[in-house]
Design a protein around this ligand. Structure first.
Ligand code: GAP
Length: 419
């Protein structure tokens, strides 16, 4: 079921960021690329987390997380390693495990996973599992531009796995070592980037709201301290049960990445503007979403333990219909009399949507089973279906039922599950 939810989220992203986004193309780049790609991008030299060990209980922590958990008066992102450890020591920030405050100095730990290419395992054969999708989009920028005859501004998007050797994975799927990103890079003329950047901040926020996250639980976090190549950066954070966490980032990455790849590969990354005959390296505005973090947010948001009018309770997932793993459940009222027709209906509807079929237990229990996995519509097959070709459709959220002719069911559901 969770892969169905993820697939629906990916379909929605694809629709919004590729299909409905003028001049955007989808890519499936390599996970293992030439190691120089990661030198050019700065990941080999600088993609690291600041780690400290508790000398008392020997647990390992991220220094920035210790400070964030202790205060919001300072922003660790803006501090050097020395400033962070001094702050931790001066304020006796306790170890989350043992409560004492006795730490080692900070060590920077690179997050990239390494493996080896070929038969000999030595320094020369090291390759990296990609820690982000974006670089695949940058190194393929000219391939896509030429084959698609794309004119700036245009976008390249990709959904794919990324790998990071996170030291403190946790909070369910919020921070894992293997996760999926949905990333979109917009290549534009220098000078037009800031307007595009503002557009994508709002575009991503609207995407989350349309998926079912309430606006009041989303907030922008504009970065005060920018990485040296970015001219603007902002996260959208969602209020998870464990606190606000980053869902998405919008970054104005200037021409930094393409210039670096030009430098390291020796291959020009210029774009020739056919209208003005100008040659330039485009600027890039990135909009990136963590698919697993988004699925986690949607799960948190959808869950309700509801008390009904008669005092009974039910567990229900209020997914928007296009997110639900199954769109329809087909339920014969009485197995002995109605299962043959119900099977027929199930097979027909399965040609159009993900359907499930359940004939065991009383109808009330079956409704509850569908509520708890968030199936938005239950179709009951009964004597009326056999005699008059009509079915009842129960709405998961309102629990109200309507009667429809069997011929109308497909179009009715189709309309309801559109994104
Ligand atoms: N290309 C830009 C980039 O990778 P990032 O902020 O490092 O930027 C993008 O990652 C998104 O990927 C984040 O906003 C977050 O949603 C998701 N993400 C990052 N690290 C993650 C992890 N360890 N586990 C799950 N999702 C993660």
């Amino acid at each position: 079921r969770s892969s169905r939810i993820k697939n629906s989220v990916k379909d929605a992203w694809r629709k919004r960021f590729i299909q409905e986004n003028d001049n955007s193309f989808e890519l499936d780049a390599a996970i293992l690329m030439h190691p120089r790609v990661w030198e050019a991008s700065g990941h080999v030299g600088g993609f690291s987390d600041p780690l400290v060990d508790c000398k008392e209980c020997k647990t390992r922590h991220r220094a920035d997380h210790l400070i964030e958990g202790f205060t919001s008066d300072v922003i660790p992102d803006t501090m050097t390693d020395e400033e962070m450890i001094n702050y931790i020591r001066e304020n006796n920030i306790p170890c989350p495990k043992c409560g004492k405050s006795n730490y080692t100095d900070i060590r920077e730990f690179n997050l990239m996973f390494e493996t080896h290419r070929g038969v000999i395992k030595d320094d020369k054969s090291v390759v990296y599992l990609r820690p982000e999708n974006a670089q695949g989009e940058y190194v393929n920028f000219l391939n896509v531009q030429r084959t698609m005859r794309a004119k700036v501004p245009f976008g390249i998007g990709q959904i794919g796995k990324a790998f990071r050797n996170e030291i403190t994975p946790g909070n369910f799927t919020f921070r894992t070592i293997e996760f999926e990103q949905m990333e979109h890079q917009l290549f534009c003329k220098p000078g037009t980037d800031l307007e595009i950047y503002e557009h994508y901040k709002e575009y991503a926020k609207k995407f989350f709201i349309d998926l079912g996250l309430p606006e009041e639980k989303l907030r922008f976090h504009d970065h005060d301290k920018l990485v040296f190549y970015a001219s603007a950066a902002c996260d959208i954070e969602y209020k998870y049960p464990f606190g606000y966490g980053e869902l998405n980032g919008t970054h104005d990455r200037t021409d930094y990445d393409l210039s670096q790849h030009q430098k390291f590969s020796g291959k020009a990354q210029d774009y020739l503007d056919p209208e003005t005959n100008e040659k330039y390296i485009p600027y890039v505005v990135e909009s990136t979403v963590g698919c697993d973090r988004l699925v986690l947010a949607l799960l948190c948001e959808a869950y309700e333990e509801q008390t009904l009018e008669d005092g009974s309770t039910r567990e229900v997932m209020h997914f928007k219909p296009f997110i639900a793993p199954y769109k329809v459940a087909v339920l014969p009222l009485v197995k002995k009399f109605h299962s043959e027709k119900a099977n027929e209906v199930y097979r027909e509807l399965s040609k159009y949507f993900m359907c499930t079929y359940d004939e065991s237990g009383n109808i009330g229990k079956r409704y509850r089973r569908e509520d708890v996995i968030g199936t938005p519509y239950c179709i009951t097959i009964d004597d009326e279906t056999l005699n008059n070709n009509t079915v009842t459709i129960r709405d998961r959220d309102t629990m109200e039922q309507i009667t429809l002719s069997l011929d109308e069911v497909k179009d009715y559901i189709k309309e309801k599950i559109e994104f």
